[in-house]
Design a protein around this ligand. Sequence first.
Ligand code: 5AD
Ligand code: FES
Length: 347
Amino acid sequence: MNYTELVDKLRDTRNLTDEEFKALLETDEADAYLTQEADKVRRSIYGTDIYMRGLIEFTNYCKNNCYYCGIRRDNRNVERYRLDEETILNCANEGYKLGFRTIVLQGGEDPYYTDERLCSIIRKIKESHPDIAITLSVGEKEHDSYQAYFDAGADRYLLRHETADCEHYSKLHPSELTAEHRQKCLYDLKSIGFAVGAGIMIGSPYQTTEHIIKDLRFMQDLKPEMIGIGPFLSHKDTPFRDKENGSFELTIRLLAVLRLMFPYCLLPATTALGTINPLGREYGFKAGANVIMPNLSPTEIRKLYMLYDNKICTGDESAHCVNCIGRRAASVGYNVVISRGDPKKEE
Ligand code: 5AD
Ligand code: FES
């Protein structure tokens, strides 16, 4: 099969054999046709709409020690912060005024935010703005905690699986963290009724094409509503400081592959993609991405939420990013819409 036929097969059946995926992921020859077909599929379902999510990075305390992450427990060079409930609610209100109808509460795994505190924040945001969707991204918890967040009004949950391969997982994380538990969390979240987001870093240390194919298979089984991918970017104060960054081209290629495999999924053009290439998010849109998550955190603390070096937008006001994103989307033919941007379902 030539590359055009491979892309056609992927588009028409939403699947390939492992060998075919490997061929497609390891060449740049199909890229032009692949992204073109991904964009067509995205337009047929989501038109030219881009959904905006307001990201509030509410704590950079983390009890975990992932080797790649800048806010890992052992990084003594980070000034740690927590936003109190009132500050978080103010950010959400400001976001609402700017047109956001999804708020993402993201943080390190910080035991200070007990289920009770988190549920109170969720309930209060929902009380003030019943038409807002709340997405949580606060890591691995037990089933009952997830259930409590859901009952309090949370709608969606982001938890990248990072890699579906247990051995690869153990090269990215200390032994107290396992791929198995992470995957269990995702299935728990699904069964509770959350729209879930899985995902990986592209070009994380020791990653092979075979690992990525395993990730695709895992996601075929999980059927996440959202898939977050971005290039791995090294951080100077982590054990992976000297590791090479992930590839921009491969990230774009995977966005397109994911759009063809999961036509209905919500696929963000991530901040990491905009960091590795100044026009990365625009290329992401053109390859099938339909979500963007500008930062809504107070400007003073943005520089303290550095998962990787050189993160963009850490000096900007939220309103500035909203305008910037609007212009960037329009420059490549898409438009940012004010809506909850729920995942569409197949008829
Ligand atoms: N480079 C790119 N992405 C990273 N993440 C964490 N650290 C890095 C890094 N150094 C991603 C992880 C995590 C998400 C919140 O950010 O995939 O799940
Ligand atoms: Fe923040 Fe462009 S998105 S400045």
